[in-house]
Write a protein that binds this ligand. Structure first.
Ligand SMILES: Nc1ncnc2c1ncn2[C@@H]1O[C@H](COP(=O)(O)OP(=O)(O)OP(=O)(O)O)[C@@H](O)[C@H]1O
Ligand SMILES: [Mg+2]
Length: 146
């Protein structure tokens, strides 16, 4: 029997104001599959990712992750379910490598530290390793959370 896809998007529509950016987007990704979404600048690749991640609220359609409907759930709730998002352009940890940025979004259901409690950030995480090495902006960004 075929297993259901890990991530499924169906009939997704999204707008910025009156501009109709995504029209009936559909995709399915199976566990272990590596998928690239290609398109010209402004085609709507980032908007598709943001709609999946709850950063843009789709007007219509459905996003399912591991069998659960996550359409327009809050981004932090989606992240806790194990779906990571690494943004483009400047919204990354500039001191980390590409791989480390990707790894930092791949931590699943990481526990949030309580205020005043020493780091619940995993010591093995790339950000914590850089912190331990006393490295610049990534350390400052991480310390504001740890
Ligand atoms: N916050 C926003 N408000 C209004 N319009 C936006 C916003 N973000 C993106 N757009 C517009 O939506 C369309 C799709 O943009 P999007 O960023 O999803 O494209 P993209 O395929 O990721 O492009 P790129 O290859 O440049 O990263 C573009 O016309 C863009 O100008
Ligand atoms: Mg983009």
């Amino acid at each position: 029997m075929l297993r259901p896809p890990m991530l499924a998007v169906a009939g997704l529509h999204a707008y910025y104001g009156r501009a109709h950016i995504l029209a009936d987007v559909a995709l399915e990704i199976a566990r272990g599959e590596v998928v690239a979404l290609l398109g010209r600048n402004g085609a709507g690749k980032s908007t598709t990712m943001k709609s999946i991640m709850g950063l843009v609220r789709p007007a219509k359609g459905r996003v399912t992750f591991e069998g659960r409907d996550i359409t327009a759930a809050a981004p932090h709730a989606i992240a806790r379910r194990g779906l990571g998002y690494v943004p483009e352009e400047r919204r990354i940890f500039v001191d980390l490598t590409v791989m480390e940025n990707l790894e930092s979004a791949a931590r699943r259901r990481a526990r949030m530290p309580r205020p005043g409690r020493p780091s619940a950030c995993s010591r093995s995480s790339p950000i914590s390793r850089r912190c331990a090495a006393g490295r610049g902006a990534a350390c400052r960004a991480a310390s504001s959370r740890c």
